[in-house]
Ligand binder design. Sequence first.
Ligand code: P6P
Length: 336
Amino acid sequence: MEIIKTLGEFIIDRQHEYPDASGELTSLFSSIRLAAKILHREINKAGLADITGAAGDENVQGEQQQKLDVYANERFKNALAQRGVVCGIASEEEEQFVKFEETKNLDGKYVVLIDPLDGSSNIDVNVSVGTIFSVYRRVSPQGSHVTEEDFLQPGNKQVAAGYVIYGSSTMLVYSTGNGVNGFTYDPTIGVFCLSHPNLQIPEDGTIYSINEGNYVHFPEGVKKYIKYCQEEDDATSRPYTSRYIGSLVSDFHRNLIKGGIYLYPTSSRYPQGKLRLLYECNPMAFLIEQAGGRAIADPGQRILDIEPKKLHQRCPLFVGSPKMVDKLEKFVEEFG
Ligand code: P6P
């Protein structure tokens, strides 16, 4: 008889690990779980309902906002405001951070930074997309309005981070600093079930994920690393395999399971890199380090130690199996 461990049961079982957890983080996760279930429903019928395609507006990134982006942002915002444990959020879809003004929220202990629907341009072509979230304890006093300072914390202060991947199945993968666990959604019973306990990324791998269309604009060290992956070499089972979905959550998730490295370097179009530090790079870096991997922006620059200056600031991202990130780092150190 299979034992089903639901996400809710798992969180309650693990609550004893957090002495000061008085159930607020549990409540926060139940908000995320609810919004993820609703988004699962909408994404899986996106092709049928008039909810795909561009919403006509642009978000703060100047990117064409897809209707589901807008929908996802609203669902997560409402779900996170409901329980009173969150005093505000920052979102890829919101130019400014969002203050939750109700009295119950002013006492909220946490802030959440979120990319509600990463890779949403893939929706119309039926490619998997994801939600990425990052949780911090506020630094401003409880009872007051949330401030920008609450959001501009380095990634090493995160209390939790995770993602939802809406793929061939919907999964929620998260960490609260004691390892990474994956839960697969069973829509027939409406619960996330523990399916990938204690995820650890393979120390080495042969998958590299990068948009080689930008090759000519990459730093020399990155170019050299790509050529290294493509060379014949009996000693280390090269050439490697190039796999790039164009959806960070999907590429990250595959590499977490199989081993690999995801690279988004600087380029002429993105001189600071494309990915956003606060709600893409930091949560992914938190997860990968909890799973035994590495995440850097430059040689010796751990993503989690970057001191943020702006809500939507970007940074380069090299994340994955530790031996692969080490190798990349050496090429960039040597060739720039
Ligand atoms: P490019 C999606 O827009 C995203 O933020 C990530 O999910 C993805 O890995 C990357 O950008 C794709 O960017 O420039 O290769 O299309």
